[in-house]
Design a protein around this ligand. Structure first.
Ligand SMILES: [Zn+2]
Length: 58
């Protein structure tokens, strides 16, 4: 019987916690990318079993 890992892959990003968003290309040919962390797992790529969902009050 396989053991269940203590951490699960984040269902929000499927493990791809850090993505690079291409913002454009400079006239020099450089690609402008910005790293964006998953808001659900904060860039860890996995979630713990205790998930707290809070309503964000603005
Ligand atoms: Zn995530």
């Amino acid at each position: 019987m396989p053991q269940t890992p203590t951490t699960c892959v984040c269902s929000h990003c499927n493990g791809f916690a850090i993505v690079r968003i291409t913002t454009g290309t400079t006239p020099d040919g450089h690609h402008l990318t910005l790293p964006a962390a998953c808001p659900a797992c904060h860039g860890t790529g996995h979630t713990t079993t205790r998930t707290t969902v809070k309503a964000v009050a603005k």
